[in-house]
Design a protein around this ligand. Sequence first.
Ligand SMILES: [Zn+2]
Length: 62
Amino acid sequence: MQTVCCVCQKTKSQAGWIQKQVGNKGRVSHGYCPDCFRRSMEQAQGWLQARNSGNQGLSLRR
Ligand SMILES: [Zn+2]
């Protein structure tokens, strides 16, 4: 089964993560390559920090 990064569409191979077209045949499992995994983690941390520290600035005033 092939693992394809759902962000950059790289495919996991024995040589590592490479940019490659994957045919429709066969089963493909979607995941994150190490780069995109780290990026999404940093993004999630940024969101959490913004949420924790930004409550005052973002509070809704009606
Ligand atoms: Zn990726």
